[in-house]
Write a protein that binds this ligand. Structure first.
Ligand SMILES: [Zn+2]
Length: 113
């Protein structure tokens, strides 16, 4: 399954407590993070013995590029605002705002390249 995922770590490492990533195979990619392979930041968390949970996932639609979707989400510059664990009481509003934003449109067309 292709899409974007947000990992929430049980405690922070430096200033970071989240990791946002995209993949054409989300579960395989997350498995790599679990085993300490793949991106540098999740590997650092792994070495520090800090565990994560999958806080959110955005499934890319057929024909939608998950990396464009990731860029769209990253443009908000704050992973915490997307995290239901960190914004428990506002989870639904965040979700709705997310949907409205996506419907209103990313100026970049998302297509498979
Ligand atoms: Zn969080």
């Amino acid at each position: 399954m292709q899409g974007v995922y947000l990992l929430h770590y049980e405690r922070s490492l430096g200033k970071a407590q989240h990791y946002l990533g995209a993949s054409r195979d989300v579960f395989e990619r997350i498995h790599h993070h679990e085993t300490g392979n793949g991106a540098r930041m999740p590997a650092a968390f792994k070495r520090a013995g800090i565990r994560f949970k999958i806080a959110r996932m955005w499934i890319a639609m057929p024909g939608e590029n998950p990396f464009h979707l990731e860029r769209f989400i990253k443009r908000r510059h704050n992973s915490r605002q997307w995290c239901p664990d960190c914004k428990e009481d506002q989870g639904l509003q965040v979700l709705m705002a997310d949907l409205v934003d996506r419907v209103k449109g990313d100026e970049e067309p998302c297509s498979l390249t």
